[in-house]
Design a protein around this ligand. Structure first.
Ligand code: AMP
Length: 196
């Protein structure tokens, strides 16, 4: 069996992150680990944690680091995280979370942290075109502003550790998927050459 691949993906809402995560799952056989999906699952299941998370999510705020780190720690302890590897989506969102992630991974380092980059203007017009109920102009602006605020420091944190690869996402789905593969393949090669 091939070696596990460990990735993190960042991207503004509307950047096509969901589509490209599905591509990574198909291409590399990794598990898609989305903290947003896990939290929405907990809300739907009506667990105690879900009830707590719901109010925070509805307000558009971040769930506390303690809760989210606990969820991710448990998820990454499952077998598939070690055997097939994973693409983390929506985590880490704070530097505190990034530090805990490194601690959880220990001697299983990340291959790459991908920033799927689509300009602010483009994602704004894509979201408006989508016409979802929560896609009001104000809502869109608020979520995108929050992303810049919360995520830029985390991107810089990974860039300082030489893990960040920026992939230009302002192209067709297929072209972006190819660019992503190139970035991931070269990260895998680099990792295997430093291990050799
Ligand atoms: P997402 O689908 O990734 O945008 O996540 C939906 C919501 O879940 C966010 O607006 C946050 O309230 C919460 N959430 C998801 N991931 C995290 C995280 N890593 N840290 C804190 N809150 C999170």
């Amino acid at each position: 069996m091939s070696n596990p691949i460990r990735l993190v993906i960042f991207g503004r809402q509307g950047a096509g992150k969901g589509t490209q995560c599905a591509h990574l799952v198909a291409r590399y056989g990794v598990a898609h680990i989305s903290t947003g999906d896990m939290l929405r699952g907990a809300v739907e299941a009506g667990t105690e944690m879900g009830l707590m998370a719901k109010a925070v999510m509805d307000a558009g705020d971040l769930v506390s680091d303690d809760i989210i780190n606990g969820i991710v720690r448990e998820r990454l302890a499952e077998d598939d995280a070690s055997t097939t590897g994973f693409v983390l989506d929506g985590y880490p969102r704070t530097i505190g979370q990034a530090e805990v992630l490194m601690d959880i991974l220990g001697n299983r380092p990340l291959h790459a942290v991908v920033n799927l980059d689509v300009p602010l203007e483009e994602v704004t017009s894509r979201m408006k075109a989508r016409g979802r109920a929560d896609d009001t102009e104000e809502g869109i602006a608020r979520r995108l502003a929050l992303y810049e605020q919360e995520t830029c420091p985390v991107l810089n944190w990974f860039a300082e550790r030489d893990l960040l690869v920026t992939v230009d996402g302002f192209e067709s789905e297929e072209v972006v998927a190819n660019r992503l593969d190139e970035a991931v393949n070269s990260a895998i090669l680099e990792a295997s050459s430093t291990q050799a």
